[in-house]
Write a protein that binds this ligand. Structure first.
Ligand code: ADE
Length: 250
């Protein structure tokens, strides 16, 4: 898997790309990331990457020529996604990450300023992605989010495939809470069930906690799932608890 980032702030990526899981994946050659300075693809003396918008409006727009030149230079033949990062794109989530993880090259064009000449979107990009409903100063943080999330899905990037499988969004559920030592921290206790040694009971408790958390913030994730009778029973218990119809704690 190869990522190519096209940006006017290439230095921004230096430290982030060398740290943690991603840094290791790069070291091992499981993932390759190249950062390209958009200014290197200009042909004028001032290395100008932007210009005023036609039709009038304050601010500057990224010009098409250097972006086309950069993509044409780095694009390989097969299975490439040319992604324009912008707040107007389709929303990035774990499904989009899985889709991108099947590509062999992802070119990430970091938008800037008031926008990018629309011809980039219409005639060059194969995808337009937003990481959320807010406006960033540029696409660079979005590129990092995408590289991080997609790399985790590539075989052997995460230590054990197990940990990817268990990650919540694989299942469309939020994660259950995790605890480690000490058992008692300033009087804040780790739930007893985790010391029961009863694996089935622990698994049930974890699943229930996942459901609780998901119902709290993301009911839509549950609505998309095919729930088993056991899951439905658990949901019913959670609703009853919320309404104060049971006295169960934890
Ligand atoms: N550029 C500016 N805002 C963005 C966003 N929300 N997602 C992706 N790229 C962006």
């Amino acid at each position: 898997m190869r990522f190519d980032i096209i940006t006017i702030f290439p230095r921004l990526f230096d430290s982030v790309l060398s740290a943690g899981v991603l840094g290791k994946a790069l070291e091992k050659g499981l993932v390759e990331v190249s950062v390209h300075d958009l200014r290197d693809f200009t042909e004028d003396r001032h290395r100008q990457v932007d210009d005023r918008p036609f039709g009038g409006k304050p601010g500057m727009v990224l010009k098409p020529e250097p972006i086309f030149a950069a993509v044409e230079k780095v694009r390989e033949d097969t299975n490439v996604s040319v992604c324009l990062l912008s707040p107007q794109g389709r929303r990035f989530d774990f499904r989009v990450a899985e889709e991108l993880a099947r590509m062999s090259q992802i070119i990430l064009i970091c938008g800037r300023y008031e926008g990018v000449d629309e011809r980039v979107n219409r005639y060059l990009a194969t995808d337009e992605i937003s990481i959320g409903d807010y406006v960033l100063s540029g696409g660079e943080p979005a590129a990092l989010v995408i590289i991080d999330a997609v790399s985790r899905l590539i075989p052997n990037v995460i230590g054990k495939t197990e940990s990817v499988k268990h990650e919540s969004f694989f299942e469309g559920l939020y994660d259950y809470p995790q605890y480690t030592r000490p058992r008692d921290f300033r009087g804040m206790q780790v739930p007893e069930v985790l010391f029961s040694g009863d694996h089935e009971k622990i698994a049930r408790w974890r699943r229930k906690k996942s459901f609780e958390k998901t119902t709290q913030f993301r009911m839509d994730l549950l609505e998309e799932r095919n729930l088993s009778p056991a899951d439905l029973k658990m949901l019913d218990e959670i609703h009853r608890k919320k309404e104060g119809k049971t006295d169960e704690s934890d």
